[in-house]
Design a protein around this ligand. Structure first.
Ligand code: ATP
Length: 366
């Protein structure tokens, strides 16, 4: 269907504010890309430039080999689904989906075929005669998707399409959008501030902060190998633990002299980066700190015993809040053992999964 190429894209608003700086991305045909980042990081602005709803201040944007900078939105063969999916209240589901095609003066037999095909994909067959007010939030969102599907665009753009839905519906619609993407195979750019949505849906994620791309990669690559502190802290729930300390004689050592042994390979890499003897930030995900006997056995040199400050029971597991000296940490612990507040718990750090960051540059040292 379509490839997208964003080259050195900048957005300066008329008040001089630079909302997007030097954004570069090549999107492959049929790829599902998620733009993710906190509120105000520039993800909607980027999407709106792709849609043609916002001018590009600098840089070049191509669909396939065609420069799009000055092409009108309606001529870009792009369809966008927004957070607020305003449907026409006086029209039925069928009419809402057929509307754009009628405007294009498409033959009514062809319109009927396209609407019914989209309704089938979206499970709306039984609802075609209903008015929007007689639909649930999820059904309305599916109609909004239907309106874009019928147009068979080359590129789908979605701006937080699920943020008005409750948690359960959101999870169902997530699965639905993945299924639709697999069926239609349209190149898709999806904006969200929800890292779970990005992780579960996208082929590749673009993490943004302050108008700048912080990392681009597959969900797994970004999760396992965050390039910098921002990405490490933004992706993953509960969030990664960060501990301040320094590297000494094969260990990570905190100010209050807790010592965690560093695996040989990582230590050699830290030596190559001249990080030995220097301050670093250790990052470790809560699921990589555990009281499982196996881990406790293999990581005796990276173990602590500390009081449980809070234990949040999630069902299958607890999030245990404790601390390493003065520094708070969270660990995920299986709920087959009961965890009580104020009791001491022994926890091993799976140091093969530890990350190290330079506190100055905030870049990964591994
Ligand atoms: P959110 O998740 O809250 O929608 P976002 O990452 O999509 O955030 P954008 O809407 O792209 O962020 O906005 C990026 C930055 O640009 C914000 O700081 C915003 O205040 C600013 N901005 C947006 N529109 C304009 C405008 N028309 N003029 C000036 N600044 C703007």
């Amino acid at each position: 269907m379509a490839t997208l190429s964003l080259r050195h894209i900048f957005k300066r608003y008329t008040n001089g504010f630079e909302a997007v700086q030097d954004f570069n991305l090549e999107v492959a045909d049929k790829e599902f890309i998620a733009l993710v980042g906190p509120s105000g990081c520039g993800k909607s602005t980027t999407l709106r430039m792709v849609a043609g709803l916002e001018s590009i201040s600098d840089g070049e944007f191509y669909i396939d080999d065609r420069l799009m900078n000055d092409i009108e939105p309606k001529d870009r063969d792009i369809a966008m689904v927004f957070q607020s999916y305003a449907l026409y209240p006086h029209m039925s589901v069928y009419e809402n989906m057929a509307f754009a095609l009628k405007l294009r003066k498409m033959d009514s037999g062809e319109i009927d075929r396209k609407v019914k095909e989209a309704a089938k994909i979206l499970g709306l067959d039984e609802l075609l005669n209903r008015k929007p007010k007689a639909l649930s939030g999820g059904q309305r969102q599916r109609v909004a998707l239907g309106r874009t599907i019928v147009r068979s665009p080359k590129v789908f753009l979605m701006d937080e399409p699920l943020s008005n839905l409750d948690a359960k519906l959101r999870s169902n619609m997530r699965a639905e959008i993945i299924r639709i993407h697999k069926t239609l195979n349209a190149t898709t750019v999806y904006v969200t501030h929800d890292q779970t949505e990005a992780m579960t849906m996208a082929d590749r994620i673009v993490v943004m902060s302050g108008g700048v791309v912080k990392q681009i990669g597959s969900p797994k690559a970004i999760y396992d190998h965050p390039d910098n502190l921002f990405v490490a802290g933004f992706i993953g729930a509960p969030t990664m633990n960060f501990l301040h300390g320094k590297i000494e004689n094969g260990f990570f050592v905190t100010a209050d002299n807790y010592q965690l042994s560093i695996p040989d390979e990582a230590y050699r890499q830290l030596e190559r980066q001249s990080a030995v003897g220097k301050a670093v930030i250790l990052g470790i995900r809560p699921e990589n700190i555990s009281n499982e006997p196996l881990l406790l056995g293999s990581y005796q040199k990276a173990m602590i015993t500390a009081p449980v400050n809070v234990a949040e029971l999630l069902g299958a597991e607890y999030i245990v809040h404790t601390s390493l000296g003065e520094q708070p940490i969270k660990a995920i612990v299986h709920s087959r053992q009961q965890i009580k507040m104020d009791e001491k718990i022994s926890l091993a750090f799976d140091m093969k999964r530890a990350h190290f960051f330079d506190p100055q540059t905030e870049q990964s040292l591994l």
